[in-house]
Ligand binder design. Structure first.
Ligand SMILES: Cc1cc2nc3c(=O)[nH]c(=O)nc-3n(C[C@H](O)[C@H](O)[C@H](O)COP(=O)(O)OP(=O)(O)OC[C@H]3O[C@@H](n4cnc5c(N)ncnc54)[C@H](O)[C@@H]3O)c2cc1C
Ligand code: SF4
Length: 281
């Protein structure tokens, strides 16, 4: 099961023009969390909000659609959202919490739910985990370095970053610049080389850009809770969908990239095992 356990896979986007303009891809994360807030399925959501440095995210508890929108867009470095879940319950007093998480964070969340050492008060309050696909991530200093030194752009001028079509893209007000992804190799977080999950296999709903055209997202519904809230959002008109069979490049590319990540990183795990080094599984 190269994409994990799932109920349905579709191509989708938010119907809200404001979300479409600000979001990274189809705005599925922002649309779903906002819809869940409006429907009182959650009382707040932990998202990767803007931080003190440009492009360094800071987890925040969003309690309104405006706050969710303020955190839209991908930041290609770590946002310790899982840590903030505790705050959401303890400091904000939330009984029903949603969040967005990269695959390793999704694993962390499920682990706290299965083995709630010190977080028993949190386990049953997590109601919606929207997972985002992740091939690799960058420590903040790496990101700064290759943007400013390899790409020659001041991070303060960057309005959007994206990975796609084998390149790392940076958008400023006047320019669109890119470097081949292989030039970012070596800058990625070391731990990402032993990660076997591309599509957030343990989320309620997973989403990413791969498989769908620009401005759309590929959405995988996985759990009953995730499938229900996604279908409700579609029925309410907050999200529009297309069959994944009708879009290009389609499911084949998603399956290929997920399979490639697993094969490559399993090899690294095996090599580390052979050398007696610690491995995650
Ligand atoms: C490090 C990283 C690598 C990725 N690699 C891929 C990939 O290889 N292929 C692919 O298809 N998609 C990848 N994505 C996901 C993709 O870039 C989009 O985040 C996803 O498609 C959601 O877009 P959207 O328009 O639905 O979200 P939006 O509505 O724009 O919302 C994005 C949400 O993600 C949250 N977020 C932003 N940065 C982070 C972060 N660093 N950690 C946790 N949450 C964050 C924001 O708070 C916001 O809630 C990656 C994302 C990250 C963070
Ligand atoms: S590649 Fe894996 S370990 Fe690295 S950030 Fe993405 S999900 Fe986490």
């Amino acid at each position: 099961m190269v994409l994990g356990t799932y109920k349905e896979i579709v191509s989708a986007r938010s119907t809200d023009k404001q979300i479409q303009n600000i979001a990274q891809d189809g705005g599925i994360v922002s649309a779903l969390l906002s819809f869940a807030l409006d429907e009182k399925i959650i009382e707040g959501a932990v998202v990767a909000g803007p931080g003190d440095d440009f492009w360094k995210p800071k987890p925040m508890v969003a309690m309104s659609s405006d706050e969710i929108l303020a955190a839209a867009g991908t930041k290609y470095t770590f946002s310790p959202n899982v840590w903030m879940l505790k705050e959401a319950v303890r400091q904000y007093g939330l009984e029903k919490v949603g969040t967005v998480a990269i695959p390793c964070q999704t694993m962390g969340i499920r682990k706290t739910q299965s083995y709630p050492f010190g977080v028993r008060f949190l386990a049953d309050k997590i109601k919606l985990v929207v997972g985002i696909y992740c091939m690799e991530n960058f420590p903040f200093e790496s990101l700064r370095t290759f943007i400013s030194e390899k790409m020659g752009v001041s991070p303060e001028l960057v309005e959007k970053m994206d990975i796609g079509k084998g390149k790392f893209w940076v958008y400023t007000q006047d320019d669109v610049l890119s470097i081949p992804l292989k030039e970012t190799h070596g800058y990625e977080q070391n731990g990402c080389n032993v990660c076997l999950d591309y599509v957030a296999e343990l989320a309620d709903v997973s989403t990413g850009s791969v498989g769908s055209p620009d401005g759309w997202s590929t959405v995988i519904t996985r759990t009953d809770a995730g499938d229900t809230v996604f279908k409700q959002a579609v029925e309410a008109g907050a999200i529009e969908t297309k069959s994944i069979e009708d879009v290009k490049p389609g499911l084949g590319l998603l399956q290929k990239l997920s399979g490639d990540k697993k094969t490559k990183n399993q090899k690294t795990i095996d090599e580390r095992k052979a050398m007696g080094l610690p491995v995650p599984f």
